[in-house]
Design a protein around this ligand. Structure first.
Ligand SMILES: Nc1ncnc2c1ncn2[C@@H]1O[C@H](COP(=O)(O)OP(=O)(O)OP(=O)(O)O)[C@@H](O)[C@H]1O
Ligand SMILES: [Mg+2]
Length: 238
């Protein structure tokens, strides 16, 4: 695979994310460079506060680096307008948040169908697709429940279904099994494996060793910097 050109999904180049807290500056990411290759199955690990969620927000185009660049198809996203960023995000990126962000007034099926509504998919198609993906996550019996009528793990699965329903090329997940029992966690891991086999690119922040084992590439982060970046087959640093 061409790892320099067409094979690169996204690249952070010498990126910084700096928060100002009064007089103090917090560098959540420091001079951070990372290439994500097509069909990578990357897990991100590191201590609390090391910058993992900040990194995922950058990759999900929810935030821009304070300094440095994020390149997609060779173009720097900080040069794109907010609308263009939103279009890329909607079409290409599925984001499973640490907090669920479900719409409280919408049922499970409507929450999942929402991104397709934004993309202009007809109602019947979107409800069928939403029902199918919810069923594949063991939620077929809870389609018409509101988020407040679901357990934490069930809400997580709705959020997961919503992230995947537009069939995104890049899937970003922040602790996707954090609130799940081990059985549901295994279902989620199986789903990730399938998505990877189908050619999707995955970046998963996790403390869960069973997910980390499934990933092919692991990036260790500490204090906003990459400590180690290994791929499974060689287990040698890149
Ligand atoms: N909006 C913000 N304003 C100021 N500082 C922030 C902000 N968001 C994050 N930080 C700081 O940036 C650093 C990285 O935060 P981040 O959320 O990326 O960590 P994390 O690795 O995801 O941690 P965890 O494993 O606990 O979720 C932390 O020190 C945090 O306190
Ligand atoms: Mg986090």
């Amino acid at each position: 695979m061409d790892r320099e050109g067409a094979g690169t999904v996204m690249e952070l180049r010498n990126a910084w994310k700096t928060y100002r807290m009064g007089k103090e500056k917090v560098h959540a990411l420091s001079d951070f460079s990372l290439k994500i290759h097509k069909n990578d199955y990357m897990t991100i690990v590191g201590p609390s506060g090391s910058g993992k969620s900040t990194l995922l927000h950058m990759l999900g185009l929810l935030d821009v680096p304070t300094r440095g660049s994020l390149l997609i198809g060779g173009r720097d996203i900080s040069r794109m307008g907010i609308d263009e960023r939103a279009i890329i995000r909607g079409r290409k990126i599925g984001f499973v948040f640490q907090v669920f962000n479900l719409v409280p007034s919408l049922t499970a099926i409507r929450n999942v169908a929402l991104p397709m509504m934004i993309q202009g998919v007809p109602k019947q198609v979107r409800e069928e697709r939403a029902a199918r993906i919810l069923s594949s996550l063991g939620m077929g019996h809870r389609l018409d429940h509101l988020p407040s009528e679901l357990s934490g793990g069930q809400r997580q699965r709705v959020a997961m279904a919503r992230a995947l329903v537009n069939d995104p090329e890049l899937i970003l997940a922040d602790e996707p099994t954090g609130n799940l029992d081990s059985k549901t966690g295994e279902e989620v891991v199986k789903l990730f494996d399938k998505l990877h086999k189908d050619g999707r690119t995955l970046v998963v922040v996790t403390h869960d060793p069973s997910i980390a084992r499934h990933g092919e590439r692991t990036v260790w982060i500490k204090d906003g910097r990459i400590e180690r970046d290994t791929t499974k087959d060689t287990n040698k640093p890149k």
